[in-house]
Design a protein around this ligand. Structure first.
Ligand SMILES: [Zn+2]
Length: 74
């Protein structure tokens, strides 16, 4: 089982704005997407660089968001 506490914290990855490895934090946001003609409300995770505050694309987090979205559709 995944522990929610472990998903929220400080991590390091490459920031495309800073062009360097930077710390980032993960924030959970309510997001609404449309799938199969239905409105799907789910918790979307977004990583932010702690240096420049820009959103960062992290494939692991993107995968988690897709998993969450698909589990809401089912
Ligand atoms: Zn940055």
């Amino acid at each position: 089982m995944k522990n929610k506490e472990q998903d929220i914290g400080i991590y390091i990855d490459f920031c495309e704005v800073c062009l360097d490895d930077k710390y980032y934090t993960i924030k959970e946001e309510e997001k609404i997407d449309y799938a199969r003609g239905k409105e799907i409300k789910y918790t979307h995770k977004q990583a932010y660089c702690t240096e420049c505050n820009s959103p960062m694309y992290i494939s692991k987090i993107n995968d988690e968001n897709l998993d969450t979205l698909y589990s809401e559709i089912r």
